[in-house]
Design a protein around this ligand. Structure first.
Ligand SMILES: CC(C)(COP(=O)(O)OP(=O)(O)OC[C@H]1O[C@@H](n2cnc3c(N)ncnc32)[C@H](O)[C@@H]1OP(=O)(O)O)[C@@H](O)C(=O)NCCC(=O)NCCS
Length: 217
């Protein structure tokens, strides 16, 4: 890359970071995006909002189990994907970026991808998806989403553990991903390291994300 182009790319990345940073502040105050108020294994309702008196009400989180995906999961997982981007990733990306992220996914293409990939799904007692992760044969962790209503309850950690087990079974040296701003703290907490940050242009929008990896034991 020429110095001029490199300078332009760096300037674009810096501007996007600044924009995303100011958006992070803006959206963390917003009402339409989900706030970060969950504890890992319990949901603590604000005092007085559900319970009586001034003590917070502690609601046990629903149990979940992991299983491999089935063809019938395609539609619910696509709905979960859209919903999580709309309600969770909106903390860190602009409405234009969110719209671009969600757009252009054909249900039949999504279903075909699911059928051809190793994908683990977290489900509740009624077999409803609460999260999912898919892994490609080269160790690329492509899609990784927890339901917007079930964030910070250990689902992501359990999914990732299963992904790492699968990567070990395939004798892969590492698992790697392009991680959103939103998911970066999760991946850092799970022993991933940042290789680089990058601006990705997709469907008419530029996205700041992070190439991250974790070695497989
Ligand atoms: C990333 C994601 C899948 C994590 O799933 P999750 O089920 O909420 O994660 P867990 O509850 O297992 O979190 C495990 C630990 O990760 C860390 N963590 C998770 N989210 C965090 C956050 N927003 N900030 C700081 N730490 C976080 C915490 O250490 C947490 O443990 P704790 O709750 O006991 O403190 C989820 O946040 C998500 O769906 N994000 C939006 C979609 C997305 O961007 N996906 C990635 C595409 S690359």
């Amino acid at each position: 890359m020429s110095i001029k182009r490199c300078f332009k790319a760096t300037a674009r990345a810096t501007a996007a970071k600044r924009r995303n940073k100011s958006l992070e502040t803006k959206f963390s105050r917003g009402r339409r995006c989900q706030r970060r108020h969950y504890h890992s294994s319990t949901k603590i309702a604000e005092a007085g909002s559900i319970g009586h008196g001034t003590e917070p009400l502690v609601v046990p989180s629903p149990a979940f189990r992991l299983r491999l995906s089935q063809p019938a999961d395609a539609a619910p997982l696509l709905a979960l994907f859209h919903d999580t981007i709309r309600r969770v990733n909106c903390r860190d990306y602009t409405p234009e970026q969110i719209a671009a992220w969600k757009s252009g996914i054909l249900p039949e293409v999504w279903a075909a991808k699911l059928a051809n990939r190793w994908c683990v799904v977290a489900v509740d007692d009624a077999d409803q998806p609460l999260g999912f992760a898919d892994l490609e044969a080269d160790g690329h962790l492509d899609r990784f989403y927890t339901h917007a209503d079930h964030q910070r309850r250990g689902i992501g950690r359990a999914l990732l553990q299963r992904v790492i087990e699968q990567a070990a079974a395939w004798q892969l040296p590492r698992v790697f991903s392009e991680v959103s701003i939103t998911a970066r703290p999760f991946f850092l907490s799970q022993s991933f390291r940042i290789i680089t940050d990058q601006l990705v242009f997709s469907r008419g929008a530029a996205f700041l994300n992070y190439r991250m990896e974790r070695l497989v034991p």
